[in-house]
Design a protein around this ligand. Structure first.
Ligand SMILES: [Zn+2]
Length: 356
């Protein structure tokens, strides 16, 4: 991929901003609840950031990008001030909140569920990096850091996972691969081997935690080249090697005309912008708010930096993740919002974002 202009363009698209509509009664409620941003016609005022904290109830919802409405989108005059999307699809999603989500999974296009978004080590109620990405019933895990399996098993069984993609070998991104594989391998009726996708050698440590041979029948390891292009179920995955202390694969994931970009952990790189080009959602590591310590400057990013990258990539929405524990999420959102005109949120355990 070529270099990209890192200057924020004056013609950045105007997008709807909205305040969160997020339940506050615990992670389980969040798991069952879908975040749907309000639609605003015209140019809504800049939202007030919610009270801060690392728990899920402080997360902001992100609204559908206005220049690319969902299929079947119809905005009627009576919907303008409804506080919800004017799309008929929004009503369907609202009904979903009251029924088991599995009944609806096969109707969904692309859905992201945050298992955790905490950098380095888990916080109370917040797991490290891990995301469940679903498309038409296929369940892909993207990273699986500390404590993410706990969150995952609140939603689906270990057997219901179809594939795992790991960005890099740091344990806050892959440690819970071990309990996931144990949960599949040690049962009386183990499922088919789980396809794993990772850079060469990235999973050596976590796959070596148990005695030799104990888990080898539980997975099939697919090691991809640094600049890879391959399919994972219904997804087309494109990867780029991004700067980090260890090899780290940034990901551009496409399915059903929807695009999700994910950085893993990375320092600044024009390849981040290319991976996120016109993505519906950029899920970006933002360990720091606006100043990265000197010794980490090449290998980690700030919310301010990824805000600028989202703007230059014309990404539809930006979800900050991997915040250093105890970072004020409102400060991170504000820093990114100074650079990026679209919707910004902070990834917290249980947050669900539909890309459809
Ligand atoms: Zn890392």
């Amino acid at each position: 991929m070529g270099n990209s202009d890192l200057t924020v363009g004056p013609a950045a698209r105007r997008r709807a901003r909205s305040s969160a509509r997020v339940p506050s009664d615990g992670a389980k409620a969040l798991m069952d609840h879908e975040l749907i941003g309000a639609t605003a016609n015209g140019h809504p005022p800049k939202p007030k950031f919610p009270p801060s904290g690392i728990q899920g109830n402080t997360a902001r919802a992100v609204a559908p990008r206005r220049d690319r409405p969902p299929k079947g989108h119809q905005t009627g005059p009576g919907k303008a001030n409804s506080g919800r999307s004017g799309s008929p699809d929004a009503d369907v999603r609202h009904e979903q909140d009251r029924v088991p989500s599995a009944l609806f999974d096969r109707f969904l296009r692309v859905r992201l569920t945050v298992l955790g978004g905490c950098g380095a080590w888990p916080a109370a109620g917040q797991a490290c990096s891990g995301y469940l990405v679903e498309q038409d019933g296929f369940r892909l895990l993207v990273d699986l850091g500390f404590a993410t399996v706990l969150r995952l098993l609140e939603r689906v069984t270990a057997n219901q996972i179809d594939a795992v993609f790991i960005s890099h070998g740091h344990p806050d991104h892959c440690a819970d691969l071990n309990p996931l594989l144990r949960a599949r391998a040690l049962r009386d009726d183990p499922p088919a081997p789980l396809p794993l996708y990772a850079l060469p050698g990235a999973l050596d440590a976590v796959l070596g935690l148990d005695q030799p041979g104990m888990l080898t029948d539980a997975y099939v390891l697919n090691e991809f080249a640094a600049d890879g292009l391959f399919d994972i179920g219904p997804f087309r995955a494109q990867t780029r090697l991004l700067p980090h202390w260890v090899p780290n694969a940034g990901l551009r994931l496409a399915a059903d005309d929807r695009l999700l970009a994910y950085t893993g952990d990375t320092g600044p790189s024009p390849d981040v912008v290319e991976l996120a080009r016109d993505a519906d959602l950029l899920l970006a590591e933002a360990t720091y708010v606006d100043r990265v310590p000197e010794d980490s400057r090449r290998y980690l990013s700030s919310a301010s930096q990824v805000g600028r990258q989202a703007a230059n990539a014309s990404a539809g929405r930006l979800l900050l993740t991997h915040l250093w524990p105890e970072t004020d999420p409102a400060a991170a959102i504000a820093a990114a919002g100074d650079q990026y005109d679209g919707e910004v949120g902070v990834a917290t355990s249980g947050m669900v974002v539909d890309l459809s």
